[in-house]
Design a protein around this ligand. Structure first.
Ligand SMILES: [Zn+2]
Length: 91
């Protein structure tokens, strides 16, 4: 089943950056999509429509336990790398 298109207001997961020494691991945080740009902004699809070849970027309001932060142009990744977003696990 194809993944849904991201759209403003949906809740996704943002992967935090852990510390290099591992004191803080990289973890999933809840995030609300704040914008879905028209075009991708990084190679290899710079300037292509957002969603090309499954590459999506989105602006996020990340809900950390310590507070909000706002991030634009976050890349979608199923590999759960720091600084990327993915859909929450389905049940
Ligand atoms: Zn997650």
């Amino acid at each position: 089943m194809p993944e849904p298109r991201p759209s403003v207001g949906r809740i996704v997961h943002y992967v935090s950056y852990g510390t290099p020494g591992g004191e803080y691991p990289s973890v999933c945080r809840a995030a609300v999509i704040t914008e879905v740009p028209e075009h991708l902004t990084a190679e290899p699809f710079d300037g292509c429509p957002n969603g090309t070849d499954g590459q999506w970027i989105a602006g996020l309001a990340v809900l950390n336990p310590e507070g909000f932060f706002f991030n634009r142009g976050c890349a979608y990744s199923e590999e759960q790398r720091g600084g990327t977003w993915h859909w929450p696990e389905r049940v």
